[in-house]
Each structure stands twice: as structure tokens, then as C-alpha cells.
Design a binder for this molecule. Sequence first.
Ligand code: NAP
Length: 474
Amino acid sequence: MSDQAAIGLIGLGTMGANLALNIAEAGHRIAVHNRSPDKTRAFHEQAGALRDRIVPTETLEDLVDALASPRTILMMVPAGAPVADQIDALVPLLAEGDILIDGGNSDWTDSRDRATALGDRGIGFLGLGVSGGAEGARHGPSLMAGGHEAAWAAAETVLTSIAARFGDVPCAAYFGDGGAGHYVKTVHNGIEYADMQMIAEIYGLMRDGQGRTAADISAVFDRWNGAALESYLVEIAAEVAAVIDPATGRPILDVIADRAGQKGTGRWTVMDAQRRAAPLPAVEAAVTARVLSGEAALRAEGEHLFPESDALPPLTDAELEGALIAGKILAYSQGFTLLSVARGEEGWIMPLDTVARTWRAGCIIRSAMLDDMATALEEGTCARPLAFAPTFAERLRAHVPALRRVVAAAVAAGLPVPALSAALQHFDQLRQSRGTANMIQALRDRFGAHGFERTDRPGEGGQHGPWVATDGSA
Ligand SMILES: NC(=O)c1ccc[n+]([C@@H]2O[C@H](COP(=O)([O-])OP(=O)(O)OC[C@H]3O[C@@H](n4cnc5c(N)ncnc54)[C@H](OP(=O)(O)O)[C@@H]3O)[C@@H](O)[C@H]2O)c1
């Protein structure tokens, strides 16, 4: 048997180190490299029983030499310039047929361009979305691949062997050429923003509107995790709410500053959605909320200027749970609609049921509901919103009344629930056969002669109103 490694990995940070151990544990020989050799040595020394399957290398040349041909190298370095520099440094050392995989959170358009540029040089490329954080990387992430199909065929065995499994099905799939994999990962992260924001909003109503303790709130999330909301994020919401800060003896949630970080994938999702005219207001609201979370001084000034607020009208835990269920369905529905539009525009394979299947385990938004979403999307609803699929329409009929009561109560009390209300507003627009854009068209025609279509002459655009200008002229 050859001593050559099946795969190489660059970047032994949080994700790279855990993925390397996962790959070795799955039985593959792996060569690893970090720009600081000390880190590579330390990683190898601490690899325990997996040491023998790990080849530490100090230079990129050593890394390339350690790999079986065609060589496959997984890069786990920060997106942007580090990936570009890494590719530039590697290309002269590679031969035709070798494969580069970018497993960072790269912008999908960068991956699209890299696939083209590397393809022109005969080098295979995969833009690989990896989700699951450190734990997922170590024990089974969700993997979303895009790029050259031949590169996927070559790397599939290794990648599938380390992926999370839902039952017997690995959560790893190829979604199409160019940046398809990173696109799916970006939308995943956008949905993750909405999911977390909605959890935070419900937490806020319990904390600020109902005056409940973190321990009580933890127990509520824990109960919900045992039913329709069963998911990783609700599970860890219950967990973090129960933790006590050793330094102060207070719930850790009460000592964490209310400023949320972000690395850009939520914003990318929103920008791309607007560009494609497939907006996802729940994600937009979540991204905006993160931005405003950073404006602590402004919010403090606002509270000082406008301190008035009313008591939160009574809400049951069942209503709060129902609101979260409905909000979640609507946010995911918006996300899948965006994927459906992008798939059509980019010519990606990207079966939406496979996307949902790939998210069922390993990734941050994993949940029991995604399995039902996969089934609903398989039934061919992808041309219409997921919310209209029979099983989800039924759930919305059951839970939207709770969402409506929760949003109304929050608005009455002046407690912000931007993502929940954005999801509800979008839903209400979707179920209004005669909306109010006729007023917009009338205004546009009145001030700019933009023309409109009449309801009694469908298909005939460019109609104008019998407007009388304010100076009396017609
Ligand atoms: N953390 C997560 O939960 C998560 C989840 C999914 C995806 N990701 C993505 O995965 C990628 C890696 O994330 P991470 O959390 O593992 O980051 P990390 O812990 O900061 O590790 C980054 C690694 O990249 C190396 N590196 C940094 N700049 C470099 C450069 N210019 N050239 C070569 N190597 C460089 C670092 O080397 P040194 O040790 O020498 O600094 C380190 O090994 C990112 O794109 C991230 O967005 C992260």
C-alpha cells in the first residue's frame, strides 16, 4: 500500500484541525500543513491514536509531495485574500488533474470565478460549504459542494465518509458547477440568521415582557425541543439559558453584551436575494437586527428619549411556541424560494429536496422539520413557496393565528420582533389576491407617465389615467 496521503489539508485552525482528525478517523491518510509550522507539529503531536494516519508537512512543496496523484487539497483558511493567495501559491506546484477544495465561507461568486480560472489550467476545483462548527467538523459536518463535477466524483468518497448522517444518508451533496456549493451554504447561513433572530425575539418577550428568569426560559426551550421545534438551535438555546456564569453567579445570558457579530454570509444572502427579485424579509430583518445590535449607544439614547411602553398582553407558552413554528416555516419557505430562483438563473442541478436532506444533520440549522421539508420539496412544490405545500400549509393554518397574536402583543408593548413580523407580513402579502400596488401604479403614472395595465384589459400595458394636473390642465 502506498504511503502517499489520500488528501491534504491546509489551515489547522478550528475547522481545519477538526476536519483533519475526522478525515483520519474515517480511515484516510491525510497530509496537513499550516503556515506556522509550530502549529502543524503541535497538532500532530496531539493527534493521539490518529497520529499514524497524519503526515505533518512544513512547506507547501512537502505537502504536495506527500499526496497520491491526482492530488486533492482541502483549504480551510479564511475567505477572501487568504484563499486567493493560497491558490496562487499552490497552482505552480500542481499538475493537470489535481484538485483544490475551498472549504471556507467564500463568496459564491469568488468560487464561480475560481472554478473557471482553475478549470482553464486543468486543475479541478470545488467550492465546499461546510457547516456544523467545530463539533460538526470533528464528528460529521454537513457538506455542500459545487464546482467541477469530475472533482466531486474524485473527492466524493472521502467527503461523504466524514459527513454527518441522517439515518444512513450522508449529509453531503454536489449542487452544480461554479459557486453552487457556496451558494447553498450562504443561503443556509441566511436562514440560520433568521432562525436565531426568531429564537432571540421569543426569548426577549419572555424576558422583558413576561419577566421570566433565564432558568425558566431554558425549561421552556427544552420542552419545545421535544416537539415540533426539535432542532439544534432550540436545543442549545435551552442549554445556554441554563448556564451560570462562574464569575458572578448570574445566568451567563444576563452578563453577555447584546451585540451580535456577523461575518457577512447573512448580508450576502440578502443582497443576492434582492438582486434576483426573490427577497427574504425574515432574513433581511435578522441581518438588520444584528447591525442595530451593534449600535448600543444609539439604542441607549433612544430608550432615554422614548421610554414609554405598555405591558405585554398575556401570551401562553403554546402561543409563543406556535409563533416560532410558523415563523420558522415562513423563513425557510423564503430561503427555498431564493434557492429555486437562483437554481433557474444559474443553471444549477440543485434539487431542493436534496438541499433540505443535506441540512437534516451536521449543520447548525439541523432540525426534525427539515426532514418533512425534504419530503414536501420532493413532491414538486419548488416552483411555489414551500409554505404552500399541503403539509406546511396545514401547519401554517394551525400556527399563524399564534404568530399573529404574538406579533400584535409585541407591537402593543413596544417590544421588537422584526423577524417574526417580517415573516408574517410577507405571508399576508402572499395571500392577498388583490393587493395595493394599483395605488403605486396610479402614482407612478400620475407623476411620471409610467403607464399601467387595466384589470379590464389584461395584457395591455402602457395605459394611462385621466389625470388632471394641479394647475387644472388635463
Ligand atoms: N468556525 C466555524 O464555525 C466555521 C464554520 C464553517 C465554516 N467556517 C469557515 O472555515 C474557514 C476557517 O475557519 P476557522 O474557524 O477554522 O478559522 P481559524 O480558526 O481562524 O483558522 C484559520 C486558519 O487559516 C490559517 N490562515 C489564516 N490566514 C491565512 C493566510 N493568509 N494564509 C494561509 N493560512 C492562513 C490560520 O493559520 P495560523 O494558525 O497561522 O493563523 C489557521 O490555520 C473560514 O472561511 C470560516 O469562515 C468556519
